[in-house]
Design a protein. Structure first.
Length: 489
């Protein structure tokens, strides 16, 4: 996904002069329309054929997109088609769902951010290869080759145990877990947790007559609450402006810096900073730093950086005096250099703070909060919203700079940074240490039916009880439940 997002950064500056500004903005942003279409159908496809097969299918479209761009022959419509196919083939939601489903509870916090880090690596790799080869065609061929390797890898990786359990394929789920955890790992407890989570979804289906009216599941609090939260957090994240800077990085720095290689080196530096920010986010998560505090701090840093960008743009557009002599001209040149340096630092700081919080944690939450059976559907809905947002921001950003100016544009982004800080502090849930069964209860508002004999049997198996050592069990039915969610028959 990172390569697709940032490819316009090296592609647009090398397009023929016959391409208009409007056509270039369409080429930069149209991939998000392809992603929107793909996100809307990926959930259904993933539920039907599995995460691996779904990713393999969409990678074929991604490969077709890269090859279409290679052979576009300066035809604007073929360039747009190639970008649409690229966007259609990029399915971060399914990749994130698969990642969170194969990770255990202990490793979920750290390795759940792998996709976000990979996106930033893809962005940086595009800029680095573009600078080294000075040819977007060579870069396109390289990534086409990487997609082929990715397709081969998808054939051999194990399938999602959670998806297999939901499909009633328990034996295959056990085999998959043994491949993931190791041949000597005790997987019985994890299999039981997955079964309990799947059972809860089956009970919800029976409650809603979901076999005939599956849309009613989205009216349940365990679905619409996390879905609404995810949509809002991604809205705030993307309207704060990160992809506007990423997609137009080379163009932005070309207006600021001088020399042939300076803009490219600056863009590579931006990508490296995003990687550093993502790695720092992983370190903070590993140190058990609160998600709420991490996202709030991230948004505050983003706000300060955007305010600096708005102030710099205001100074550039409103010079105080005209240069009247040689000394004043030297002073003006020094001020211009200072403004350029502040702009680069502010842009880099914004992307660093965004990577620390809002680039990583929402992706983790997307794989954690929604019910297992609907996870691919809800993640597809979220990513379709993201595609619309990124398309709008990337398409409108250059026009906004020309029409309303830099101060108003960056000020708009700063307002959403404030909203992101408030949202992160008050509404982001803490999911650390919760297993798949406990996560299923976080937003469940309907009481579930429990047989009294099940409660007695479970109590007898609680650690410290008289029969605990004899039974050797752990609490199953009551794990993650509070008393007010239990209804006695």
């Amino acid at each position: 996904m990172g390569a697709t997002l940032s490819f316009s950064g090296i592609f647009l500056p090398q397009l023929p002069e016959s391409f208009t500004t409007s056509e270039k903005s369409w080429i930069a942003s149209i991939s998000n329309i392809g992603q929107l279409i793909g996100a809307l159908i990926s959930g259904f496809v993933s539920n039907s054929i599995g995460r691996n097969n779904c990713l393999l299918l969409f990678n074929i479209s991604l490969l077709a997109g890269w090859l279409t761009l290679v052979f576009y022959q300066e035809n604007v419509y073929l360039a747009i088609l190639g970008r649409v196919l690229q966007g259609f083939g990029v399915m971060p939601s399914i990749g994130q769902v698969y990642l969170m489903e194969v990770l255990d509870t202990k490793r979920r916090e750290v390795f759940g951010s792998t996709l976000a880090v990979s996106i930033n690596i893809g962005i940086t790799l595009v800029y680095a290869l573009g600078a080294l080869t000075n040819s977007w065609v060579a870069v396109a061929w390289i990534f086409a080759g990487l997609v082929i390797l990715q397709c081969l890898g998808l054939i051999f990786i194990p399938k999602s145990p959670q998806w297999l359990i939901c499909k009633g394929r328990t034996d295959e789920a056990k085999q998959s877990l043994k491949m993931l955890r190791g041949p000597n790992a005790d997987i019985d407890k994890e299999i039981e947790l997955l079964k309990n989570a799947a059972k809860l979804n089956e009970e919800s289906d029976a409650h809603n007559n979901a076999s005939s009216n599956s849309w009613r599941e989205f009216l349940e609090p365990e679905v619409y609450k996390p879905l609404s939260l995810l949509i809002l957090v991604f809205i705030l994240s993307h309207l704060s402006g990160p992809f506007a800077v990423v997609s137009y990085a080379v163009t932005i720095f070309k207006r600021i810096l001088h020399g042939y290689s300076a803009p490219k080196l600056a863009s590579i530096s931006v990508g490296v900073i995003r990687i550093v920010g993502s790695v720092l986010a992983v370190v903070l998560l590993k140190k058990k730093f609160s998600k709420r505090l991490q996202m709030t701090s991230s948004a505050i840093g983003m706000f300060l950086a955007m305010v600096c960008l708005a102030a710099v743009e205001y100074v550039k557009q409103n010079p105080e005096t005209e240069t009247s002599n040689e000394q004043d001209q030297k002073l003006d040149g020094s001020q211009s250099t200072t403004v350029s340096v502040i702009t680069v630092i502010s842009s880099s700081a914004f992307l660093l703070f965004h990577a620390i919080g809002f680039n990583v944690i929402p992706m983790i939450l997307m794989g954690e909060l929604c019910p297992p059976k609907l996870k691919s559907l809800t993640s597809g809905i979220v990513m379709s919203m993201v595609a619309i947002l990124v398309f709008g921001v990337v398409k409108i950003f250059p026009l906004a700079l020309d029409v309303v100016g830099g101060p108003a544009t960056y000020g708009f982004f700063a307002v959403f940074c404030v909203g992101a800080a408030l949202f992160g502090f008050f509404l982001i849930p803490e999911t650390r240490g919760k297993n798949v069964e406990e996560l299923s209860f976080m937003y469940r508002g309907r009481a579930i039916t429990v047989n009294p004999t099940d409660i007695i049997a479970t109590t007898m198996s609680l650690p410290g009880s008289r029969k605990s050592s004899e039974l050797g069990g752990t609490p199953k039915i009551l794990r993650g439940l509070s008393l007010n969610t239990i209804k006695i028959n």
